[in-house]
Design a binder for this molecule. Structure first.
Ligand code: MN
Ligand code: MN
Length: 289
């Protein structure tokens, strides 16, 4: 664990997030917000750990604008989820901007996050974090999204063990000093489950060193390995010929994984709050505040 680089990623994250959130307003372009944030990370000496996610209303995760998107914001509930890495050491954090007076959903997610962070120290179970998250959101008369979870973060690894549940569960994993975890409650006025929607703009390699026969696809895979390893990337980041066809083929060969947009099952609103924390001997250090 490289605490210095985690802290650097966190500092860059904060700056990028503040600027991104400032740009989120009615009639602003989603693509411009995402690309500006990604460019800003690079200017500050970091790289995106995943494409900037901009999810509105019933969208919960894995939404990022396409290269030709002319989508703009309306009176939306907007979740901005940003990942920054410095040499593989990741800061993952999300904020929700309410452009439409959507009530307490954002506050519920934020309060749940604070409640969980408050509990973090070695020996505490991830089940206790989940229970605190559920209780805080329940206090607003809302539901946590239970089939999305927080997660550990490893070097160049966006989703590592342990998973951090967003509800009370029977058995958890004990937190240990020096673990790096992202805690990310989602609050909704719907039933609390998301499923895969249609659009897919985000992908990652399943593993490094995959054997690919077609020359065009092989060149793309080697390039992806060099640039992103197994971390998620956006289709709009690629400029290879016939990207759609190559991605489709690589998906069917299980070389590439696709992440369709996740939406609240009943089409209800979703808000997200997230921070990355390092577990310390007597609590935790939040790298993204
Ligand atoms: Mn995130
Ligand atoms: Mn996360």
């Amino acid at each position: 664990m490289n605490k210095e680089k985690l802290r650097e990623a966190g500092e860059i994250h904060r700056e990028v997030m503040d600027e991104a959130v400032d740009m989120v307003e009615e009639r602003a372009s989603k693509l411009e917000v995402a690309e500006t944030a990604e460019q800003r990370m690079r200017e500050l000496g970091a790289e995106p750990a995943f494409p900037v996610n901009i999810s509105v209303d019933e969208q919960a995760a894995h939404a990022t604008p396409a290269a030709d998107s002319d989508d703009t914001f309306g009176e939306d509930l907007v979740c901005v989820d940003i990942g920054v890495h410095v040499d593989g050491w990741i800061a993952d954090s999300a904020r929700t901007v309410d452009l439409g007076g959507h009530g307490d959903i954002t506050a519920a997610a934020e309060e749940a996050l604070d409640a969980a962070i408050e509990l973090v120290e070695p020996g505490v179970s991830t089940a206790e974090l989940g229970a605190a998250i559920e209780e805080a959101i329940d206090g607003y008369g809302l539901n946590p999204v239970t089939n999305l979870t927080g997660h550990g973060l490893g070097e160049y690894e966006q989703h590592a063990a342990p998973s951090i549940p967003n509800r009370a569960v029977d058995r958890g994993v004990e937190l240990e000093e020096e673990m790096v975890i992202a805690i990310e409650p989602f609050a909704t006025d719907g039933g609390g489950k998301v499923n895969e929607g249609g659009e897919e703009q985000i992908y990652s390699l399943e593993e490094l060193g995959a054997n690919v026969r077609s020359r065009r696809a092989r060149e793309l895979v080697r390039d992806l390995e060099d640039r992103y390893r197994t971390m998620p990337f956006a289709k709009r980041w690629l400029d290879a010929d016939r990207v759609d066809m190559s991605l489709r083929r690589l998906k069917s060969q299980e070389v590439v994984h696709g992440y369709p947009v996740l939406k609240e099952k009943q089409g209800k609103l979703v808000a997200q709050a997230e921070h990355t924390v390092i577990v310390t001997s007597d609590g935790c250090e939040v790298t993204t505040t």
